[in-house]
Design a protein around this ligand. Structure first.
Ligand SMILES: Cc1ncc(COP(=O)(O)O)c(C=O)c1O
Length: 344
């Protein structure tokens, strides 16, 4: 089976399983789990932030941030394809009581410029507009095709937002992919944002978990909201142990996933009826349009499944994501099978 649906499907490595078996644990609701505490300290150090909180999912990390940065009735600006807007079950409305103001980036990579954000702001418009309370960024942009935002782009947005006293939250679910692709540090990519969430359980390969980072007071309040969300976990050092391995070891091998994604993109670009600009594939996500193949994306994905290859269809496109459980041979096999399906 070649599972290219997402990098969330990865299985923990032998080293992670060993660390989990041997983890020292305590009650984390009391702050007494030494392995969780160690993971939080290490993550804060790697990101150069004051504090970090281990949360069960990226969605919870993002939604705690949305809740803490806003008040009910505020508006949150986010690029139209953003995960927080599309795939987190309307939680900003349900929990934070805020409106989302989705803004389409002119650039197909899903990255908003400050000029685009500025044109959607509601500042000092009392009595008729919801005030802007927060800006959310996503690096890499999942549905922007794994595209990366540079430290300079992020800093420019934050500098301007902060002048208006607006906080910025970064959904950095795949920020390590972004850092590796740009030969950057995650600390530099997130230094100017007020909070950042990253996933241990995607490209980094841990079975469960994400980290939310920010200032000490923010993280102390985030801990309260984690409990309210039902995320106060007990001897969760078992999971944090895998997270420590993920944080320390996995970034070293992400370039392999990027090479595989590039090869996949270049390969599909040569197949009849498929369109993709392979040059634009920077990390581990490959999205290609199949409208000219004579088959729709659902049909192609169904045919792939019969050959034990899994991908995600959406609209006229198919998304494939490389990760630690996908080899270069798997990529060659996928290309051969895809060619056969399209030619049939
Ligand atoms: C960009 C982005 N942000 C956040 C998440 C949410 O992570 P989780 O599935 O752990 O809630 C995902 C998951 O795919 C994602 O792709």
């Amino acid at each position: 089976m070649i599972d290219l649906r997402s990098d969330t499907v990865t299985k923990p490595t032998a080293e992670m399983r060993r660390a989990m078996a041997e983890a020292e644990v305590g009650d984390d609701v009391y702050g007494e789990d030494p392995t969780v505490n160690l993971l939080q300290e290490k993550a804060a150090e790697v990101f150069g932030k004051e504090a970090a909180l281990f949360v069960p999912t990226g969605s919870m990390g993002n939604q705690i941030a949305v809740k803490l940065h806003t008040k009910p009735g505020d508006e949150v600006i986010i690029e139209e394809r953003g995960h927080i807007f599309n795939y987190e079950m309307g939680t900003p409305a349900v929990v934070a009581g805020v409106m989302i103001r989705p803004v389409r980036a002119a650039n197909d990579n899903g990255m908003l410029t400050w000029a685009e954000i500025e044109s959607a702001l509601h500042i000092d418009q009392p009595y008729y507009a919801c005030p802007t309370g927060l800006i959310c960024l996503e690096n890499t942009s999942n549905f922007g095709g794994g595209s990366v935002m540079s430290a300079e782009q992020t800093d420019e947005i934050c500098e301007n937002a902060h002048k208006l006293k607006l906080p910025v939250h970064l959904d950095g679910a795949r920020i390590f992919n972004s850092a590796v692709a740009q030969n950057e540090t995650v600390a530099n990519l997130s230094k100017s944002v007020d909070s950042v969430q990253f996933c241990l359980s995607k490209g980094l390969g841990a079975p469960v978990g994400s980290m939310l980072l920010g200032k000490k007071d923010f993280i102390a309040e985030a801990k309260v909201w984690r409990k309210r969300f039902g995320g106060g976990m007990r001897q969760v050092g078992i999971l944090a142990a895998a997270g420590i391995v993920a944080l320390e070891e996995s970034p070293k091998r992400l370039h392999i996933d990027h090479e595989n994604a590039k090869r996949l993109a270049e390969g599909v670009a040569n197949l009849k009826g498929i369109s993709i600009d392979a040059e634009r594939v920077q990390t581990n996500i490959v999205i290609f349009d199949v409208s000219e193949t004579g088959k729709n994306s659902v049909q192609i994905v169904e045919e792939l499944k019969k050959e034990h290859i899994f991908a995600i269809p959406f609209g006229n496109a198919i998304r494939m994501v490389t990760h630690c459980d996908v080899s270069s041979d798997d990529i060659e096999k996928t290309l051969t099978v895809l060619d056969k399906i399209i030619q049939a």
